[in-house]
Design a protein around this ligand. Structure first.
Ligand SMILES: CC(C)(COP(=O)(O)OP(=O)(O)OC[C@H]1O[C@@H](n2cnc3c(N)ncnc32)[C@H](O)[C@@H]1OP(=O)(O)O)[C@@H](O)C(=O)NCCC(=O)NCCS
Length: 163
């Protein structure tokens, strides 16, 4: 699918159906330790992720990706760290949308006083690992054999980036 216009801004209720579509397409045993998660409806999604809680990318008006962050531990000594999660619609992979979303979340997190971003990625998710390393993330740890997926034990990589 061609990318012509890209708009990135906070989520609204109009985005929920597109965000549900992305989740149902991208999450599987290679990309998440909880591949069975399914949303019952856009409203169900909105209850978990209210408007404004995510940054959404839209190509020609179609929701094509999202990113958000949350506190790791809600204690004062850890408030400078934020944990990131993201996905891009498969029709739009490799078109720099993930990179644009990452830049947007870095700016938003910095504006909120965060100085370190962290994330967890399955060691089998090679595309995502390559993407994160390209974005400047480094490995800070590895939970060995943390998940049992597709008949094998899979490590969880802990990545971080100072912003
Ligand atoms: C990881 C992800 C967010 C990247 O988004 P994207 O919009 O495709 O990323 P970009 O177009 O900005 O890609 C930048 C780099 O990522 C890597 N990459 C992205 N898509 C790739 C693909 N399909 N195959 C191989 N490498 C890929 C490449 O290194 C690429 O650099 P290049 O352009 O020099 O080749 C996207 O693939 C995705 O949503 N994956 C499924 C969900 C997921 O795994 N999320 C992370 C869970 S921790």
């Amino acid at each position: 699918m061609e990318k012509t216009t890209l708009e990135i801004s906070l989520s609204t209720p109009d985005d929920y159906a597109g965000l549900v579509e992305i989740d149902h397409l991208v999450w599987n045993e290679q990309t998440t330790p909880a591949p069975d998660i399914r949303w019952d409806s856009p409203q169900d999604y909105g209850r978990q992720f209210p408007a404004g809680s995510q940054i959404v990318a839209r190509c020609n008006g179609k929701v094509c990706g999202y990113i958000f962050y949350k506190d790791v531990f809600p204690i004062p000594s850890n408030l400078h760290v934020a944990d990131v999660a993201m996905a891009v619609h498969p029709d739009f992979h490799g078109q720099n949308i993930g990179t644009e979303l990452m830049l947007a979340v870095e700016k938003s997190a910095k504006d909120k006083g965060k100085s370190k971003l962290s994330l967890r990625v399955l060691s089998t998710n090679e595309k995502a690992i390559r993407f994160y390393k390209k974005c400047g993330y480094l490995e800070q740890g590895r939970l060995v054999g943390e998940f049992y997926l597709n008949g094998q034990f899979v490590d969880d990589l802990l990545l971080y980036k100072h912003i």
